[in-house]
Ligand binder design. Structure first.
Ligand SMILES: *[C@@H]1O[C@H](CO)[C@@H](O)[C@H](O)[C@H]1NC(C)=O
Ligand SMILES: *[C@@H]1O[C@H](CO)[C@@H](O)[C@H](O)[C@H]1NC(C)=O
Ligand SMILES: *[C@@H]1O[C@H](CO)[C@@H](O)[C@H](O)[C@H]1NC(C)=O
Length: 399
């Protein structure tokens, strides 16, 4: 009889859950997925996939599913006031674009012949999309990661191969003098050592579509993407839809997630497209899903000052990442929680090995750094954080 008595409240709870708010259900299902299938704590269990696909399909057609795109704020260099802009972007939870802020920066000439002669021997890890399957939804098939150097990469680009650097901080750790040429001060957060906990360069083939860019992924950090050469389409998707991406932990040094959903399905979500040209900068918040393509200029453009005709083949972007722990937790609580519990990223090597099992511990450390102004700079080779390959390797991080 006890069982029969339970049926009514149990049914009620189930119905309440299912007709409860869409966002609460997303959080519930996403947490189940992250625990069992994201390759964070255990090997994914393929027989559970049909179950999660079914849930995602049901939620996709749920009548209460919202249609949201990430809010965007756009400025011209002349009317960009850093302190006001960061308020407008609500403490790094929303997207910001500043057109032409780096138009006359010293980095403008990167990619010319002298640059390649001087830095050609810089070792780089690259994605050689030539021969990889650019429509695959599996990370291992989409990317073909190989060791190379800047000169080989540059020659390959000008032969028409779809290649892009992937070990993005290596050019700066090997040639620290290049950091000054970025002129990070224009962003209004101090110099490169004050503003960036990781500094990186993306050097790839222009006008190569998906093969010149990166598939859907995200990161625990806020990220400035400064475009130096070529046009890049950045497609951004709200974290309301994180479940549909079927997040899985990505490469060895990634702090975020890689999408394992099919591209075609994701293309049906509401997206925000931003096209960046030479001199533009995009600031995007933590966890926001994004993919990139290198595209044709929107109209015929003169060769930018300081560049040559070889830049028509080059897509060059610079990234400056920095922690914004409050924004990370606000933008996606589930991804923040599951990515940091048990993860080694952002935890000093001297900490107790149990510290990383304290929920949001690395975000707590980031928060303390923020309040006390003690964020480790990008060239601190003891700080293993968000794609800092050199520092992470030194600490034996291999996850
Ligand atoms: C930026 O300036 C251009 C002209 O210089 C103007 O057409 C455009 O509306 C401006 N954009 C913003 C967001 O102020
Ligand atoms: C990329 O792959 C193609 C085809 O295998 C090869 O010819 C090219 O040299 C590779 N590029 C680099 C930079 O490794
Ligand atoms: C750009 O790449 C094409 C191959 O797609 C090549 O024929 C051309 O010479 C390259 N341009 C320069 C300036 O290297």
């Amino acid at each position: 009889m006890a069982n029969a008595k339970l049926i009514v409240p149990a049914t009620f709870v189930l119905l309440a859950f299912y007709f409860g708010t869409w966002r609460l259900r997303q959080m519930f299902w996403l947490s189940q997925w992250l625990m069992l299938e994201a390759n964070l704590y255990m090997k994914p269990w393929p027989s559970a996939h049909p179950f999660f696909s079914m849930i995602a399909r049901l939620e996709w057609h749920a009548p209460d599913r919202p249609a949201v795109v990430p809010p965007l704020h756009e400025f011209n260099a002349s009317d960009f006031d850093a302190s006001k802009a960061y308020d407008i972007a609500k403490g790094n939870t929303e997207v910001l674009v500043v057109r032409g802020l780096f138009d006359d920066a010293p980095s403008r000439s990167w990619g010319n012949e002298e640059f390649v002669r001087k830095y050609g021997r810089t070792k780089m890890v690259i994605n050689n999309g030539t021969g990889a399957n650019s429509m695959s939804h599996r990370h291992q098939e989409f990317y073909k990661i190989v060791d190379s150097n800047l000169q080989t990469l540059d020659e390959s680009i000008h032969r028409g191969d779809s290649v892009v650097s992937y070990g993005i901080d290596e050019i700066f750790t090997q040639n620290p003098e290049l950091a000054d040429e970025v002129d990070v001060d224009r962003l209004g957060r101090g110099n490169h050592r004050q503003a960036c906990r990781q500094l990186g360069m993306l050097y790839g083939r222009a006008r190569a579509g998906q093969a010149g860019g990166l598939m859907y992924h995200n990161a625990i950090s806020s990220n400035y993407l400064m475009q130096v050469s070529g046009y890049k389409l950045v497609r951004l998707v709200s974290n309301a839809y994180s479940l549909y991406f079927f997040p899985v932990s990505g490469g060895e040094f990634d702090s975020g997630f890689i999408a394992s959903a099919k591209w075609d399905d994701l293309e049906e979500l509401p997206t925000l497209d931003v096209v960046l040209g030479p001199g533009d900068v995009l600031l995007f918040p933590p966890w926001l899903w994004h993919s990139t393509k290198t595209v044709d200029p929107p109209s015929i453009q003169p060769i930018p000052t300081g560049q040559t005709d070889r830049h028509a083949n080059l897509s060059i972007g610079i990234t400056c990442r920095f922690p914004t722990p409050t924004a990370a937790v606000k933008n996606d609580l589930m991804l923040s929680l599951f990515r940091t519990v048990g993860g080694k990223h952002g935890i000093p090597s001297g900490s107790s090995k149990w510290a990383r099992f304290v929920p949001l511990y690395s975000q707590f450390l980031d928060y303390v750094n923020e309040v006390r102004g003690t964020m480790p700079p990008w060239d601190d080779t003891n700080d293993c954080w968000s794609s800092k390959r050199t520092a992470c390797r030194k600490q034996g991080v291999n996850q």
